[in-house]
Design a binder for this molecule. Sequence first.
Ligand code: 13P
Ligand code: SF4
Length: 305
Amino acid sequence: MLNNLQKEIIELKDKKNAIILAHNYQPSEIQEIADFIGDSLELCIKASEIENKDFVVFCGVDFMAETAAILNPDKKILIPEIRAECPMANMLSAEEVKIAKEKYPDAAVVLYVNTLAEAKAEADILATSSNALKVVESLKEDTILFGPDNNLASFVAVQTDKEIIAIPKGGHCYVHKMFHEGDVAFKKEKYPNSELLVHPECDKEVQNLGDAVLSTGGMISHVKNSPSKEFIIATEVDLITRINREIPEKQAIPLLDDAICKTMKLHSLEKVKKSLIEELYPVEVDAKIAKKSLNAIKKMIEVSK
Ligand code: 13P
Ligand code: SF4
């Protein structure tokens, strides 16, 4: 049952001819009013297919809203809270990518979608946690510069014959770095029949203990299709609330209750309402940068479909 504020937002959204997109890490109350919830790749694909809408309200972090803006130059993209930034996306600047390209002129550049538009403009192709291996394998080059997430880079490196050079050294997600092997042992003792699903941004030691290493969207599909009933989930807590709301016959258990992406939680229903009324905050990308980065985004979507 939706509350009054949620109902008000849905009415407003229709009046403004807007669509609300939300990442899997959004709080439940926002997931419930979204037209579409997904992982980074699903959101990119959805953003590339929006027709006949004037506004896109993006409940996610900066790089996601920027990507939607690049894909929709004719629409107004709004982010309800301007401070919703992904710290990892700030770990790799366009300048650092240029320096790496000079050092390895024969390498292809694969950047995680968790980068800002200026860095994306320096990429040959983008990747997400659900398609990184496929993207790397689609390229003719044998050497790949891959950034900024070092754990995703090593997840790909062990599955390909290509040389993966991670840039920058130490690129990481602070949320997925919270998980340790001891946390797995602790939860496994309590839920011995459960499967462990791990996000590729987690450290290798935790990935190695997983029954599967998957993007957040991949985790949802896995839970739906697996005969198991219980799943320990090594990612952000609101992916777990989505699974438990949408697949009530299964049980998803967070590996850690405090694995919370703080900036994802800066959005709220009140801010979504304000965003629709006052058209806040518009996400704009410099036209030259947008044009350059659009190539890398489109290439990724082509490879992934
Ligand atoms: P997904 O694409 O798997 O949802 O991951 C996004 C992200 O930011 C993970 O921290
Ligand atoms: Fe960025 Fe990590 Fe938050 Fe994902 S969970 S948006 S990578 S800080």
